[in-house]
Design a protein around this ligand. Structure first.
Ligand code: ADP
Ligand code: MG
Length: 625
């Protein structure tokens, strides 16, 4: 009886069947990789189960072809599947599949998905009209055959099979006008595909290959004969010499392993042979995985012990701030059946982790120095993570990261590093200035930036939640302290202007005191501003908490209602100030009205909510009539 595929699988199948994707050859990579995984599973079982012995010659993958019947068969001696597993694994979408988060529109363009995503078993339907999977699981006497000709569904039946393992038989599609499928029945073509994608698979991939010999007793008569050959080199890519490998090999490895759905931006191939011995291939992805900044994202590297995969995601190998790095580590110094708990305390592993951290750091520094564009692309995707890294663990890692972070510069109109900023600082500039806000546009218009900009000083724009927290943790860079353009004291004043300022404040002492009374509990002080040029009013802050931080803390679930200490600064050169002064002299009620209006304007400029918007609009109306 035919069973139906689940809805999602159906979608994927449909895409595969109708695919116009050009690299259909990857189906073989997917099937071989599944076979290799299945053999790994037996190998792993044998380590802990005395009833199973692993004789390496018993474990292999075999490819067979039958041109006349258009059959391509992949057989493995792996762990096999029970009836339930066939149902579960092949009837539903691959776990590594990536449809769940793709929109309908993207799905229609199947091209993209097949190219960039590991699509697993179903990719067989790109080249086959029927797929038959016969499998016998380890510990089972029975075998089952799973058959599907596509969208209609599949059947499962009991059969007999001599040995444990799986055979996948593909009935290769007939050629169409646009597309040739015959090539998947050609020896040389299959060999080439295996070489390209699966060369490093550590079990032999065998195939009967046609050979020619001189007929005995003749000098020009050839006879053909078939000979079983291992067509992969069996040497894992990480054991190969870097000089033998091309970028393309690493890219293929990245995709074969499903490390990411994109292309790697950069790779590193490490081979260490000293106090610790290990090989590693690491990738910096080009784009951010869809779940990167969620709880679901799991960091980690694949961990191999002398060529055998012992853990899929070893988290201890990567610091959180490099959690975007993908790849693998193989070490002969790690014991095979090491448990997760022991692994955490393993000295070797700790050394490897530290070593890897430093390599990644220099790789990124290298990119920053020599391939700026690439680095900026990387930074766009993962920069936030680096800044979190500076902040987390009470700043324990800030020194590793401070040269890798970048911020938008008011002068350069692009991302710059702290080193670049400091390098450009004029002699009379003491601080590294920054301004925080929701966006570059918004910061551009902040009244608080006026004075610093007028001085010709560069301002770093902090548009990420984490920026200010990260910088607070760093405290200074090359002995230069950071200073918010909103801070009470900008550190710009000469003695003369300080005097002027206190004179101004003295002069208007009573007016400011009256305004402060109106704003009781809302601001710490009302003062004449030094920083304003064209705007009438703004907030400055005193103390550690800035307004941007107040906003962020407020949005946190366990917010303690932390508030910035705000000072309302008034531009005494502005027309509005005259109105304030005259109302103070003649009409106290009006002064109250004006003061509240200005206070609310300052709130609006900062993007802070008005405590009473209705009152504010009523006040506006009062002023108008
Ligand atoms: P993935 O390999 O990412 O899990 P696939 O679609 O490639 O996704 O395979 C789905 C599942 O089917 C595998 O996880 C595995 O459990 C099972 N499977 C596929 N091929 C084989 C095989 N040759 N031997 C044993 N199990 C297999
Ligand atoms: Mg797979």
């Amino acid at each position: 009886m035919k069973k139906e595929f689940k809805a999602e699988s159906k979608r994927l199948l449909e895409m595969m069947i109708n695919s116009i994707y050009t690299q259909k050859e990857i189906f073989l990579r997917e099937l071989i990789s599944n076979s290799s995984d299945a053999i790994d599973k037996i190998y792993y079982r044998a380590l802990t189960d005395d009833n199973i012995t692993f004789n390496s010659e018993d474990y292999f993958i075999k490819i067979d072809m039958n041109k006349d019947e258009r059959l391509l068969t992949i057989t493995d001696t792996g762990i096999g599947m029970t009836k339930e597993e066939l149902e579960e694994n092949l009837g539903t979408i691959a776990k590594s599949g990536s449809l769940a988060f793709k929109s309908e529109n993207e799905l229609k363009d199947g091209h993209d998905i097949i190219g960039q995503f590991g699509v697993g078993f179903y990719s067989a339907f790109m080249v086959a009209e029927d797929v038959t999977v016969t499998s016998r699981a380890l510990d089972s006497e029975d075998a089952y055959v799973w058959k599907s000709d596509g969208l209609d569904g599949y059947t499962i039946e009991l059969v007999s099979k001599d040995s444990v393992g799986t055979t996948i038989e593909l009935k290769i599609k007939e050629n169409t006008e646009e597309e040739s499928y015959d090539e998947y029945l050609e020896e040389y073509r299959i060999q080439a595909i295996v070489k390209k994608y699966s060369d490093f698979i550590r079990y032999p991939i065998k195939m009967d290959v046609t050979n020619r010999n001189l007929k005995e007793g003749t000098e020009d008569e050839w006879e053909e004969f078939s000979e079983e050959k291992t067509i992969n080199s069996l040497v894992p890519i990480w054991r190969k010499n870097k000089s033998e490998l091309q970028d393309e090999d690493y890219e293929n490895f990245y995709q074969e392993k499903h490390y990411g759905f994109d292309k790697p931006l950069s790779h590193l191939h490490i081979s260490v042979d000293g106090a610790i011995r290990y090989q590693s291939i690491l990738f910096i992805p080009e784009s951010m995985p869809f779940d990167y900044y969620t709880k679901e994202y799991e960091k980690g590297l694949e961990l191999y012990s002398n060529g055998v995969l012992i853990m899929n995601k070893c988290a201890d190998l990567l610091p959180d701030y490099f959690s975007f790095v993908k790849g693998m580590v193989d070490s002969e110094d790690l014991s095979l059946n090491i448990s997760r708990e022991i692994l955490q305390h393993d000295r070797q592993l700790k050394m490897i982790a530290k070593n890897i951290k430093n390599k990644i750091k220099s790789q990124l520094q290298g990119l920053l120095k020599n391939e700026r564009e690439k680095y900026e692309k990387f930074y766009e995707a993962f920069g936030r993570q680096l800044k979190f890294g500076m902040y987390n663990d009470y700043g324990a890692n800030k020194d590793d990261l401070k040269d890798l972070v970048m911020f938008y510069s008011s002068k350069e109109k692009k991302l710059v590093t702290l080193a670049e900023y400091v390098e450009r600082m004029p002699e009379e500039q003491t601080y590294i200035y920054y301004a925080s806000g929701d966006s570059i546009d918004r910061i551009d218009k902040m009244p608080q930036t006026e004075l610093v900009s007028d001085k010709g000083f560069e301002i770093l724009y902090f548009t990420d939640d984490v920026d200010e927290f990260a910088i607070k943790m760093l405290m200074n860079y090359q002995e230069k302290e950071f200073k918010s353009v909103s801070s009470g004291d900008l550190g710009l004043d000469s003695e003369q202007s300080k005097e002027e300022e206190s004179k101004k404040n003295e002069e208007h002492q009573d007016l400011f005191a009256e305004m402060k009374k109106v704003l009781e509990g809302k601001v710490k002080d009302v003062r004449a501003s030094k920083r304003l040029r064209t705007h009438p009013v703004c907030f400055a802050t005193e103390g550690e908490v800035t307004i941007e931080m107040e906003k962020i803390l407020k949005a946190m679930p366990d917010n303690q209602n932390v508030k910035a200490e705000k000072v309302l600064e008034i531009n005494t050169e502005h027309e509005v100030f005259k109105a304030l002064a005259s109302s103070y002299a003649s009409d106290k009620e009006k002064l109250g009205l004006y003061t509240n209006l200005l206070y609310n304007q300052a709130l609006l400029i900062e993007g802070l909510p008005l405590q009473d918007p209705v009152q504010f609009t009523n006040d506006m109306c009062k002023v108008m009539v």
